[in-house]
Design a protein around this ligand. Structure first.
Ligand SMILES: NC(=O)c1ccc[n+]([C@@H]2O[C@H](COP(=O)([O-])OP(=O)(O)OC[C@H]3O[C@@H](n4cnc5c(N)ncnc54)[C@H](O)[C@@H]3O)[C@@H](O)[C@H]2O)c1
Length: 253
């Protein structure tokens, strides 16, 4: 019998073209899951799926905008056509926008909320209906350490992540009787394309945040995989409606 923790299961991972989603997709495949890798950036997500297949895993690449219901429905259809039933959904697609609150535009507000919050809702509802029909499944919403505390110049992002935290709780309560668990994974500062390292302001932001991290450094995307694996696996069979924070101690002080 296989000792892989996600053997004989199927996962959909959004945001799998880069960063945390890519690390989780790759990590889940290593633990035996068949992974539908979804992202708005088709080329990047094809590369993730290719990397998984080269390492001997099973993967499918799907181009999707998580803020569009019809595309999310197609994502589920494609994943099911290839792999059958879906056991795990990880919603890691996300964007940021940095501006002082009084300068935030309607466009920035709408886009950040559409991807980070409506995207969570759409993916979880579409895939959650399928899971509820089967009476089993687990959903992991990637939020942020900023789901409960603020930082300057990212009010729409904070609103989306705080919303993600409460959406996760609401979903968990509504789906518990159907056998579907819903949790949030809240990363701290992580070295990905989301952290703006290529601008002066970005470097200032990173240095300032690191000053407040007891472990004294950002995370690498691979350091998010263990927490996601735990939430997805049977080891978390009684865990629902909670947030697992992986932040190097940022929220402890
Ligand atoms: N990097 C950090 O410091 C950090 C900290 C806390 C939380 N997070 C969260 O982790 C998640 C992953 O971010 P990351 O750091 O890996 O960033 P990233 O930019 O490396 O990856 C995000 C991925 O989401 C995809 N995406 C964006 N909009 C999409 C859409 N509409 N539909 C489908 N895919 C879309 C992007 O193409 C990209 O591949 C996000 O929700 C982010 O808010 C990141």
């Amino acid at each position: 019998m296989s000792t892989a923790r996600l053997a004989d299961s199927t996962a959909i991972v959004t945001g799998a073209g880069s960063g945390i989603g890519q690390a989780i997709a790759t990590g889940f495949a290593r633990e035996g899951a068949r992974v539908a890798c979804a992202d708005i950036r088709a080329e990047r997500v094809r590369a993730t799926a290719e990397r998984i297949r080269t390492a001997g895993g099973e993967a499918l690449a799907i181009a999707v905008d998580v803020s569009e219901r019809s595309q999310v429905e197609t994502m589920l259809t494609l994943a099911r056509e290839r792999f059958g039933n879906v056991d795990t959904l990880v919603s890691a697609a996300g964007i940021s926008a940095r501006d002082s609150f009084l300068d935030v535009t309607d466009e920035d507000w709408d886009r950040v909320l559409a991807v980070n919050l409506k995207g969570l809702f759409l993916c979880a509802q579409v895939v959650g209906r399928h899971m509820a029909e089967r009476g089993r499944g687990t959903i992991i919403n990637v939020t942020s350490q900023l789901e409960g505390v603020a930082q300057p110049h990212c009010a729409p992002y904070l609103a989306s992540k705080g919303g993600g935290r409460m959406l996760t709780r609401g979903m968990a309560v509504d789906l518990a009787a159907s056998g579907v668990r819903v949790n949030a994974l809240a990363p701290g500062l992580t070295n990905t394309n989301l952290s703006p390292r290529d601008t002066e302001e970005g470097r200032r932001y990173t240095a300032e945040t690191v000053r407040h991290i007891p472990m004294g450094r950002p995370a690498e995307p691979a350091e998010m995989v263990g927490a996601a694996l735990f939430l997805a696996s049977g080891e978390a069979s009684y865990v629902t409606g909670t947030t697992l924070v992986v932040d190097g101690g940022y929220l402890a002080i």
